[in-house]
Design a protein around this ligand. Sequence first.
Ligand SMILES: Nc1ncnc2c1ncn2[C@@H]1O[C@H](COP(=O)(O)OP(=O)(O)OP(=O)(O)O)[C@@H](O)[C@H]1O
Length: 312
Amino acid sequence: MSAVVLEARGLAKRYGSQVAVAGIDLIVHEGEVIGLLGPNGAGKTTTILMLLGLTEASEGTVTILGKDPLRQPLAVKREVGYLPDAVGFYDNMTGRENLAYTARLAGLSREQAKERIAVALERVRLTEAADRPVGTYSRGMRQRLGIAELLMRDCKVAILDEPTSGLDPQSTQELLELILELSRGGMTILLSSHMLDVVQSICTRIALFNKGRIGFFGTVEELAERLGRGSYVIDVEVEGIDLPSVLSGANGVTSVVASENGTWQVEAVNDVRAELACLIVQAGGNLKNMNLRRARLDEAYNRYFREYANAA
Ligand SMILES: Nc1ncnc2c1ncn2[C@@H]1O[C@H](COP(=O)(O)OP(=O)(O)OP(=O)(O)O)[C@@H](O)[C@H]1O
């Protein structure tokens, strides 16, 4: 496996008697895209602030790119980019001027900055709008300018807080493609989001925050398995039989539930389509459609918080 770029051990944060983060462990490898998920108040933002050294942990340690964010804040800021929910650019300055300003703060020479800014603006498709004041930008354009800043600074790690919130579907898609490009280029990315389809489409692993702890850390398939339902989901459209009774006791099948659209959702520990087809035909059913898909994060997430999180 690739190198560890971020390691948190026993990280906790208290505000007086209020526990915001109750002790988390997190190890992230180079090039991963990690989704930080959980209900409001579960501790995601506080964790992000501790990882960045923007707030001091009450307990525990953080190492990011081999450095301690509290002891070596400048070194960490140089290599770790943070895109907050509302990116803070100067509205009266153009996109290019904003980047030039950040480049100066980051210690880039004028020549180096000019070249990197042009390349970054091109990659986020803002070249045409680069000389307009940022005050005229849409939210999607601001987010892309934020990504351009990470590119210009050649960040090794990016932490994105709700990057797609408030974006229309097309801008969301554009931003997701950009984030994937960053990841393909070797950047390690952590992003917090409540948009589960977004998270599933780009994240390699997810961390489920629950009451200040990480209740689960792994892939969507591993989450589905942890919940005891198997990671294979087969949508079945069938007439003439009662599918749950036909499949009761079938090998590998963990549940059969009716979906809203009149089909059945069969969950299994492996791809049981051939066996399902046999059992349905033997029982005299008219099989109209059968479709295998990945376990869906929204289904697993809702089940986790409905059935497991309170007991955790
Ligand atoms: N500065 C603060 N002072 C006191 N309590 C705080 C402070 N910041 C956060 N908290 C509390 O800590 C808990 C965790 O908050 P946090 O913002 O980290 O959650 P979150 O998972 O990011 O939520 P959201 O999805 O709403 O952004 C909450 O109960 C919150 O009220």
